[in-house]
Design a protein around this ligand. Structure first.
Ligand code: UDP
Length: 395
């Protein structure tokens, strides 16, 4: 990835401008997408630090240009591709060095990645206030590395920006002081709306990326990337068989991990029954999702985006930390014991009436002003207000 500053050591005497005072630590595609509204609202106060967890250009580097964000001020070294423990340890060490050398007034982390765990630890151990965006999600599934990252960050954070009241309840249940919880909404609402509004010539993107001409009346768009779905040949082959038998054509936009798994497990025969393309750019993905009849995914972010797009989604996972999308009627969980194709056929049988109903259903993730609220809280804290004052003055 191209970056303005890639070295961990830089002589202070050559710096002309002071560093922005609010560090935004991120490391993966969904963090860039969901923190974009916060970074825009922070404007010149945002110091973007990329841990390099996602180092693939399509998943990370290209996102900054696509979302018209400033490039990171700092990119950590040697993180991507390592084991989870090494990623967190290496990022913690580099962030600690950086924060000790050039102390920010607040640190923002988002979600549940290794970058979040490392960013929250580095800041907390140096006494720098930590603001956790998308706090309080819980799958109660300790087999998910993300659940442990959420729990660790929940212990360390000073401000918990919960997207929904369900998330706030989870935090209160764990004993978090309610005065430290701000219900802000989820930034995905404004992130999705803004990206779709900037998608150049949506019809052209859709006709360029769809492998079928003419476009079928009904078709499904799928993304699969979670370890539980890609790390064994049985799991991935079951999903690919399901996608091949939906009764409508399916396009699988394959994450680099999924492409590697198809090769590793020799699933080329199963793959030939599907249309498969590499991960698309974010504008392209949202344009395709708007055009598809049904979404099928194991992604966290897509569970939220479907509520803004008004599209039905099958969530191919054992558990979810995002019950709101299901309760509002957008998403259905399909566990490994269930037949993806059978559930898809049930949903497709509801016809265009289902989409009309979903488009008229408000997103449970808020009013599209979460980014503003989170940035306002961070600025107040960085300016010296207490957590309670900053939250009370904002939400
Ligand atoms: N996404 C994308 N291109 C694709 C597939 C997904 O831009 O080909 C976006 C999608 O819109 C969502 C995000 O990637 O905002 C979700 O990221 P991912 O599924 O990698 O992570 P998760 O949300 O599960 O943490």
């Amino acid at each position: 990835m191209q970056a303005r500053q890639t070295s961990m050591t830089y002589p202070t005497e050559t710096r002309i401008m002071p560093s922005p005072d609010i560090a935004v630590v991120l490391g993966t595609r969904p963090e860039i997408i969901k923190l974009a509204p916060v970074i825009r609202a922070l404007a010149s106060r945002a110091r973007i630090i990329h841990t390099g967890q996602h180092y693939d250009f399509a998943l990370s580097g290209s996102m900054f240009d696509e979302l018209q964000l400033p490039l990171p001020h700092l990119v950590l070294e040697g993180i991507g591709g390592n084991t989870r423990g090494h990623q967190i340890a290496m990022a913690l060490q580099q962030l600690t060095t950086h924060f000790a050398h050039d102390r920010p007034n607040a640190v923002i982390v988002q979600g549940d990645t290794n970058a979040v765990s490392a960013g929250a630890q580095a800041a907390n151990y140096l006494g720098i206030p930590v603001i956790h965006v998308e706090a309080g999600l819980r799958s109660h599934d300790r087999a998910m590395p993300e659940e442990l990252n959420r729990l660790v960050t929940g212990v360390l954070a000073d401000v918990h920006c919960a997207a929904t009241s369900v998330n706030a309840d989870n935090l209160r249940y764990e004993g978090i002081d309610p005065a430290r919880i701000a219900i802000t909404g989820n930034t995905i609402v404004e992130a999705t709306t803004a990206t779709l509004a900037n998608a150049p010539d949506r019809a052209a993107i859709v006709s360029k990326l769809l492998p079928w001409a003419p476009t079928p009346a009904q078709w499904a768009l799928a993304t699969i990337h979670r370890p539980e779905n890609t790390d064994t040949p049985e799991a991935l082959s079951r999903i690919m068989q399901g996608l091949a038998h939906l009764g409508v054509p399916a396009l699988l936009l394959a994450h680099p991990r999924t492409l590697a798994a198809i090769t590793r497990w020799g699933l080329h025969d199963a793959a030939s029954a599907l249309a498969i393309a590499p991960a698309a750019g974010h504008r392209e993905f949202l344009s395709l999702a708007t055009a598809a009849t049904l979404l099928i995914s194991d992604s966290g972010g897509v569970q939220e985006e479907c509520t803004v797009l008004g599209k039905p989604l099958l969530v191919v996972r054992r558990s979810t930390e995002r019950p709101e999308a299901q309760e509002a009627g957008f998403a259905r969980l399909v566990t490994p014991e269930q037949d993806i194709a059978a559930v898809a056929r049930e949903v497709l049988a509801e016809g265009p009436g289902l989409e009309a109903k979903l488009r008229a259903t408000p997103s449970p993730y808020g009013d599209g002003r979460a980014g503003e609220r989170i940035a306002a809280i961070a600025c107040r804290i960085a300016d010296g207000e207490s957590v309670q004052e900053a939250i009370a003055g904002t939400v």
